[in-house]
Every structure is written in structure tokens, then in C-alpha cells.
Design a protein around this ligand. Structure first.
Ligand code: IPE
Ligand code: IPE
Ligand code: MG
Length: 248
């Protein structure tokens, strides 16, 4: 038996296996951070955006190839409209304020999720950001917007079913690699480390397929308190893990 593309890939081309190639973060706890201080939830989201800046810097310095951030889930539409508007406003602000610096730092921006349902000006900004930074290669920042893992997998099933119906692909040619190729994450390195802040120990519909062999780290720190040091501590923790992939 040979390994499929979606089987865990222990070490890639001489890279240091103690450094995760791809780190994903469920940035949780903004609301609780604000509540503790008697501030509106929006203040927590604003403070959370500062954490993004710090963590992105630390990720670039630590040699991580890809950082994926869960910024808005497909379930977050259940929140009050005012909070959704605050989040959209913050996204606009952050994109405008940070884009040229990110580009200069060699960051490639990628959006995963069905972002096209967002307000038209945001869609335009996101597409411009992706186009501007497409050739950058120091670090990929993948931002999950209106992302849900089940929706992602449903989309893959539809795409493949459509190809089978058209006779382009045989049903028994659908293997794990074929599914991998249709996921939003197709061009990203395998997920090595998944972090969730705020003490919640659940995935909330994030990267379910991709996390099959990812190392998990759940920390109590609320996202606005998570900084470069916290990120480096997570990387050190990862370096101590023994990964087995079902073997011995
Ligand atoms: C995470 O913080 C940010 C988003 C989901 C956009 P929360 O807003 O979920 O904060 P808590 O969980 O209520 O503290
Ligand atoms: C997950 O956090 C989504 C993001 C961080 C964007 P939530 O706060 O929405 O998750 P639940 O509701 O606690 O599962
Ligand atoms: Mg939350």
C-alpha cells in the first residue's frame, strides 16, 4: 500500500519537523475578555485584532509556512446583527490598515470559506488583497470567513458528484487525495497544530477533515490576551509531541 496525499506527511523536504508547517487557530474568547472589563463585546473583537497582528509576526519569525485563523464561522450568523456589523467593520478597518504592511512582509493572503456572501465592498477588498499578495511566499495567512467544515465537505461532494455525473471521473477513482484537492486548503501544507483559546475544548466545525492527525492545543487564555510569547509557547509544546500516525 502506498500513502495517499491526504495521509499524514511526516516530514517535508528537509524541513525541521519540530516546527509546525501549518498552524490553525480558533480565536475564541473576545466576548468574555470584554465582559471581564465591563466593556462592550466589540471592544473584545478590537483587542482580538491586535492579537492577530502579534501572532502573525511571531508565526513569520518561527518559520511556520501557513497560519490559518478562524475569524467568522458559518454559524456566527446566529449572532445579533449589531455584532455581525461590528465584525464586518473591523474586517474592513484591518484590511485597509494592514494590507500594504502584510504585502511588504511577504505574506500571501488567502480566504477560505464562502466569503462571497459578505457585503460587496468587503468581497472586493478581499479579492484585491488576494490578488496583490498572490506571489508572496514567506508566510501564507489563510483567513476563514463564513467557513464551516461541513459546508466545505458538502461542496466537495457536490463537485465530485457533478464530475461523476458528467462522466469525467469514475466513482471508484474518488480517493482521499481527490477530496483533498477540492478542499479550500488544497494548496496549503498539512495541518500540524490546531490551537483553540478561551478554554473551550471543541472544534466548532473548523477543519474537521484536515485535523485528522493535527496536534491539538487547548489553552485557557482568552484570544485578546494571546500574544507572541503565547504563540512561541505553543510551538515549543508542539516540538515535544510524539506523532505516530497510527504506527509505532
Ligand atoms: C471569538 O470570540 C470571535 C468570533 C467568534 C468572531 P467570541 O466572540 O466567540 O467570544 P466569546 O466566546 O463570546 O467569549
Ligand atoms: C468559533 O468560535 C468561531 C470563531 C472563532 C470564528 P465560537 O465562539 O463561534 O464557537 P462556539 O459557539 O463557542 O462553539
Ligand atoms: Mg466564542
Amino acid at each position: 500500500m502506498t500513502a495517499t496525499a491526504s495521509a499524514p506527511q511526516p516530514e517535508g523536504g528537509g524541513a525541521d519537523p519540530s516546527v509546525p508547517r501549518h498552524v490553525a487557530i480558533i480565536m475564541d474568547g473576545n466576548g468574555r475578555w470584554a465582559k471581564k472589563r465591563g466593556l462592550p463585546r466589540a471592544a473584545g473583537h478590537k483587542a482580538g485584532a491586535e492579537s492577530v497582528r502579534k501572532v502573525l509576526k511571531a508565526a513569520g519569525e518561527s518559520g511556520v509556512q501557513c497560519l490559518t485563523l478562524y475569524a467568522f464561522s458559518s454559524e456566527n450568523w446566529r449572532r445579533p446583527e449589531t455584532e455581525i456589523n461590528d465584525l464586518m467593520g473591523l474586517l474592513r478597518f484591518y484590511l485597509k490598515a494592514e494590507l500594504s504592511a502584510l504585502h511588504k512582509q511577504g505574506v500571501r493572503i488567502k480566504i477560505i470559506g464562502d466569503y462571497k456572501v459578505f457585503p460587496a465592498d468587503i468581497v472586493k477588498m478581499l479579492e484585491e488583497a488576494m490578488a496583490l499578495t498572490a506571489a508572496n511566499s514567506r508566510l501564507t495567512l489563510a483567513v476563514a470567513l463564513n467557513y464551516g467544515s461541513r459546508a466545505e465537505m458538502t461542496r466537495v461532494v457536490r463537485t465530485l458528484a457533478d464530475r461523476i455525473a458528467k462522466g469525467e471521473v469514475a466513482a471508484d477513482a474518488v480517493d482521499e487525495a481527490a477530496i483533498d484537492r477540492e478542499l479550500y486548503t488544497a494548496d496549503l501544507p498539512p495541518l500540524d497544530l490546531l490551537i483553540r483559546t478561551s478554554g473551550e475544548c471543541r472544534l466548532s466545525n473548523f477543519l474537521l477533515w484536515q485535523a485528522a492527525y493535527a496536534e491539538m492545543l487547548f489553552v485557557d487564555t482568552l484570544w485578546p490576551d494571546f500574544d507572541g510569547d503565547a504563540f512561541r509557547a505553543a510551538i515549543s509544546d508542539f516540538a515535544r509531541r510524539e506523532r505516530r500516525y497510527g504506527g509505532l
